[in-house]
Design a protein around this ligand. Sequence first.
Ligand code: 5RP
Length: 217
Amino acid sequence: MTQDELKKAVGQAAVKFVKPDSIVGVGTGSTVNHFIDALAEIKDQIRGAVSSSEQSTEKLKSYGIEVFSLNDVDQLDVYIDGADEITEHMHMIKGGGAALTREKIVAAVAKEFICIADDSKQVGVLGQFPLPVEVIPMARSYVARELVKLGGDPVYRQGVVTDNGNVILDVHNMSIIDPKATEIAINAIVGVVTNGLFACRGADKLLLGTSNGVKEL
Ligand code: 5RP
């Protein structure tokens, strides 16, 4: 199976976790795009969605799925999203699509975070994938210098502006032995909006696409 076929399989498998008559939290990315395609088939059974990006919002609306503002929703049963890397402890790196801040906010509201990923995303230690950090534009150089002090090698993601009007630094060569401590340390740098480590609030369930089928972990 190709990587995209594995992504499609987990996107489709995630639909069974969507509760009837609920508002579902929807992440961002190519795996989530498959989930949205599958969600469209049961759209009459749900109230709508809260979206983590303009990209997902556009796709949801194209199917006629109502997109609610998070400020009008006080609880979400499930949030379904992909990852760039995930460990057996359900710690993740996210933000390859630059949607990390809104993803983290929607995930914070949800009772259950279901990660959908193909098996290339499963890793022993996080950090092979460069860690995205969303930064207020005027703080970019300062934050980059602070990230170097933490042992990373930040690279400005040229030409990318997030949905929140900010920029992304991708941190290479960072040794992420303690993901919670690293998440907290980077978020404490003035000018950082958030970073792509989802360890303090990791996933609750992983649907992993493998050539032997979708595994539930
Ligand atoms: C976007 C994300 C995505 O979940 C992550 O990049 C995985 O993307 P894909 O499903 O396309 O592999 O965090 O900000």
